[in-house]
Design a protein around this ligand. Structure first.
Ligand code: 5GP
Ligand code: MN
Length: 322
């Protein structure tokens, strides 16, 4: 039983499908589960239509694998409490905030994507990483690095991308159908979010309300990917996007420039992620969530500036001594 997280992204789906294909080559019958539907820009991937959204009462399970998630809550309710006694749990992930909640934990903290430790797993199983499997892994690497832009994009990551292409991974299709493929409704949603964009003290933020999502027919499980959109605001050191849900809760998506950290803020608020990209869900209402998170982001930016000025003092003292 392979589990991807709710509002799934390219790394969760790509890494899960790659492992599914590898296990099938070994004659196994893996099931892939995710509480939410697979986004349109990932639907072309081999096996994308095989995801189940709910697990039958009496499932036939040997092993549960939690993929690209830092805590058990991120299975979105797929994982049931009584599984703990009955089935071993394997975690394959790359989040610094990972709580090592499995019986076995393969965590590559700070790695560009879960696709990277997944390559090691598949090779260790003795399955060749090529063709369909390589394409699925490319999706993970290319989406989690926002098209090879993030600080995690090392020379080794670029070499791995090259190797996956040489192994038959379809880079062009991934670029065209996943990264450069934003549904019209989503782009209209971006219009609303950008129209209300604010910037103060190197923090950029925006909100999207339920009424606005309703007008565009955007469901709660649909991820607008606002964090990655706002991450490009030049003046911003950190950004936050607040999306209101039908139950009044608020999904918070945060991004930080290198040197700043939003993972600790998300973790403190019950979520998780990476230094540069993290998120959480707050109980709401929207304006309270905004005030709360902005205060924490202000501290993060101010704290960093303080470190900078202390460094500057230390450097000038050193120069004076010299
Ligand atoms: P995004 O802002 O794109 O939804 O998520 C950014 C990063 O934070 C991703 O790595 C994602 O897995 C993680 N993340 C987002 N929301 C949550 C959450 O509610 N809990 C945890 N543990 N991680 C989250
Ligand atoms: Mn990931």
């Amino acid at each position: 039983m392979l589990i991807a997280h709710p509002r799934p992204d390219g790394d969760a789906i790509g890494s899960t499908l790659a492992l599914r294909l590898a296990l099938m080559r070994l004659g196994k019958y893996p099931k892939a589960a995710c509480v939410h539907p697979i986004p349109d820009n990932l639907a072309y991937l081999p096996g994308a239509d095989s995801f189940i959204q709910a697990v039958p009462e009496d499932p036939d399970i040997d092993l549960v694998v939690a993929i690209d998630m830092s805590d058990l809550e991120r299975t979105g309710g797929i994982y049931r409490d009584d599984w703990r006694q009955n089935y071993p749990l394997l975690v394959i992930d790359h989040h610094e905030t990972n709580e090592a909640f499995g019986d076995v934990n393969l965590i590559a903290p700070g790695a560009a994507a879960t696709a990277l430790p997944m390559i090691n797993v598949i090779e260790a199983l003795g399955v060749a990483v090529q063709e369909d499997i390589a394409t699925c892994l490319l999706v993970g690497l290319l989406t989690d690095t926002r098209g090879l832009r993030t600080e995690t994009t090392t020379a080794s990551v670029l070499r791995t991308v090259g190797e996956l292409i040489e192994a038959g991974g379809d880079y062009q299709t991934v670029m065209q159908r996943t990264l450069d493929s934003v549904p019209y409704q989503q782009m209209r949603g971006w219009g609303i979010a950008l129209n209300r964009l604010q910037l103060k003290d190197a923090i950029a933020w925006t909100t999207v309300q339920v009424s606005e999502k309703e007008a565009l027919d955007i469901e709660d499980h649909y991820d607008l990917d606002l964090g990655n959109l706002l991450s490009r605001v030049a003046e911003a050191k950190v950004i936050a996007a607040f999306t209101e849900m039908r139950d009044g809760s608020v999904k918070v998506s945060m991004r930080a420039r290198p040197g700043y950290n939003v993972a600790s803020i998300a973790y403190e608020l019950g979520g998780g992620g990476h230094k540069q990209a993290a998120g959480c869900t707050l109980s709401g209402p929207l304006h309270t969530s905004v005030t709360r998170v902005l205060a924490m982001l202000q501290n993060a930016v101010a704290g960093k500036q303080q470190v900078h000025s202390e460094e500057a003092v230390a450097v000038s003292e050193f120069k004076n001594q010299a």
